[in-house]
Design a protein around this ligand. Structure first.
Ligand code: 2HA
Ligand code: ZN
Length: 271
């Protein structure tokens, strides 16, 4: 059996969380990530018959029974993961009953998975129905995106349109747009259900006055969506209050979409 601390998926979790921390998006215990792993990959590192303990999930995730995830721990700091993965990360398998997680590795000091697991697992279910290659759900608190939710209307079409207008490539990176939720209490099933519902139409969901979710086939894709939104939101905040002399007009956004052959949210442009 190989050493789990050298597993590529543990390395990926260490690198991405350290990077996000240094971007200033994951203060204290802010942010969480879940990454669905292949059973055969995990079996190289762990005895899959050895369940260390079981942890209740709090809702029925039967659609994910048998699936294995590496998940950041609740209350844990992204800044610490690279130095102490075994306490700050866990590998869980969704049990047959769908309501229990079987701990296969990690959370060694008695911890458990992120309080946002409902939003993660419900989003995985929704995205996997759309795309069997989907793997990663990422939540973080990017500064400018959050700032923008203080001063911009929280509406899918309007928010997406403003972000698309900020830089030419946004519509290329997320032609399906951005789902936006109003402020809600976090860490419960209700916000999980609302997030997963948005994930039916979008890979990105903004939580007003809280943060953002990105979903993708791999770490780069989920992160790339979030950093592109954050870049555009930074531009929005930099120009806020200044007269807008130039902008990308809707027929120009359409021209980009046509040039790249994108299947985009045509109803988000006013043409
Ligand atoms: O895990 O970001 O939304 C800390 C959070 C909760
Ligand atoms: Zn959060």
């Amino acid at each position: 059996m190989k050493n789990i601390l050298n597993a590529p998926f543990v390395e990926e979790m260490k690198k991405i969380t350290a990077n996000m921390y240094r971007l200033g998006w994951d203060e204290r215990n802010g942010g969480n990530i879940s990454y669905m792993l292949e059973e055969s990959d995990v079996a190289e590192y762990l005895d899959l018959t050895n369940v260390i303990r079981t942890i209740p999930i709090g809702f029925d995730a039967a659609e994910l029974s048998g699936k294995i995830f590496i998940v950041t721990g609740t209350g844990r700091y992204f800044k610490n993961i690279e130095f102490d993965p075994a306490n700050n990360l866990g590998i869980i398998r969704i049990a047959k009953d769908g309501t229990t997680a079987e701990l296969l590795w990690g959370y060694e000091d008695g911890g458990r998975f992120t309080s946002e697991l409902p939003a993660h697992l419900m989003s995985h279910i929704t995205r996997l129905r759309k795309d069997p290659e989907h793997r990663v759900v990422m939540h973080t608190h990017p500064t400018n995106t959050l700032a923008m939710t203080h001063i911009h209307e929280l509406d899918d079409k309007k928010f997406t349109h403003t972000i698309w207008e900020m830089c030419t490539e946004c519509i290329v990176v997320f032609p399906d747009g951005i789902g936006v939720l109003p402020w809600m209490v976090c860490g419960n099933n209700e916000i999980g259900v609302a997030t997963a519902k948005k994930m039916e139409d979008y890979h990105i969901v903004v939580w007003g006055l809280h943060g953002i979710y990105g979903a993708g086939k791999n770490m780069d894709e989920a992160f790339g969506l979030i950093e592109t939104v954050e870049k555009a939101a930074e531009l929005y905040m930099l120009i806020a209050g200044h007269p807008h002399v130039n902008t990308i007009r809707d027929f120009e956004l359409k021209a980009v979409a046509d040039a790249f052959g994108l299947d985009y949210r045509k109803d988000f442009l006013d043409l």
